[in-house]
Design a protein around this ligand. Structure first.
Ligand SMILES: C[S@@+](CC[C@H](N)C(=O)[O-])C[C@H]1O[C@@H](n2cnc3c(N)ncnc32)[C@H](O)[C@@H]1O
Length: 256
């Protein structure tokens, strides 16, 4: 799995974030090398990121991600027509914005280390309802071919546990095929059974073809939720399957 570096502006668009949303306490899960926490923090948002990568390789993360962005650039030049460029305008701008986001992330990680917490779904190191809003980009659903449905449900319940108001997830497509994550409707029914209604919301961002919907979980009314379901946990050692593609050979289809 790739550690990517989306920008604050991408987060605003992917999650349809309003100024009011940015006045709340927000968790970015997983934060990866995104610049959301850095730039939201700079404008006064009480934002925190969590990711397994903040434990190991923490200090090398910025450099590794920049190399990964170069690798992705080569892939996109060869596969430009597979993506929607309305938001980015083209490959050069995509690469410039992602590299800028990675540098902003690395500077903030050094300046405000306490804002970047090491932790993994489905077992987050936070108290119940400790954030108003939880944002989750490009892990669940995106990696639906690698992470099973039980993991998805456990991870969603865990994010709902730490959220007071909402969890928002983007996109609801697999990164491998641009198809909608198959068990989505079944999982939404299961969440409803836990008192967590959900809705799909069209957003003003599309890079994967058809990837312009976020899933919103309403967490305002649920009762106590189960903590990480052991059945849904990935096997030991597989919670963070990050693979640095720039260290391997070839241009496999990357995550978006
Ligand atoms: C494709 S990146 C997305 C990062 C960021 N949200 C963005 O949009 O740029 C996926 C991230 O998921 C993290 N990850 C992998 N397994 C995880 C787990 N079990 N719990 C939380 N994060 C995980 C990886 O370390 C990686 O940073």
């Amino acid at each position: 799995m790739l550690v990517s570096a989306r920008s604050f502006d991408e987060y605003r668009a992917m999650f349809a974030l309003s100024d009011h949303d940015l006045s709340l306490r927000v968790l970015d899960c997983p934060g990866g090398a995104a610049s959301f926490v850095a730039l939201a923090g700079a404008r006064g948002t009480d934002a925190v990121a969590v990711d397994p990568q903040y434990g190991r390789d923490r200090d090398r993360l910025g450099t590794l991600v920049l190399r990964e962005i170069e690798h992705k650039h080569a892939f996109l030049v060869e596969n430009e027509s597979s993506f929607v460029w309305t938001w980015f305008g083209g490959v050069e701008r995509y690469t410039r914005l992602r590299a800028q986001a990675a540098r902003t992330f690395a500077a903030d990680l050094a300046a405000r280390p306490d804002r970047y917490v090491a932790g993994s779904l489905p077992d987050l190191p936070f108290a119940d309802r400790s954030f108003d809003l939880v944002l989750s980009s490009h892990l669940l659903f995106s990696y639906g071919a690698q992470l099973d449905a039980a993991f998805h449900l456990s991870a969603l319940l865990e994010m709902a546990r730490v959220a007071r108001r909402q969890v928002r997830l983007f996109p609801v497509l697999l990164h491998t095929s641009d198809e909608r994550y198959g068990p989505l409707e079944r999982i939404r029914e299961e969440l409803a059974g836990y008192g967590i209604p959900t809705r799909l919301e069209r957003v003003d961002y599309e890079f994967q073809r058809g990837g312009n919907e976020a899933l919103v979980l309403d967490c305002s009314d649920h009762g106590a939720l189960p903590r990480a379901n052991p059945v849904g946990r990935p096997a030991a050692g597989s919670t963070d399957p990050v693979r640095w593609r720039h260290l391997g050979a070839g241009l496999a289809r990357p995550s978006p």
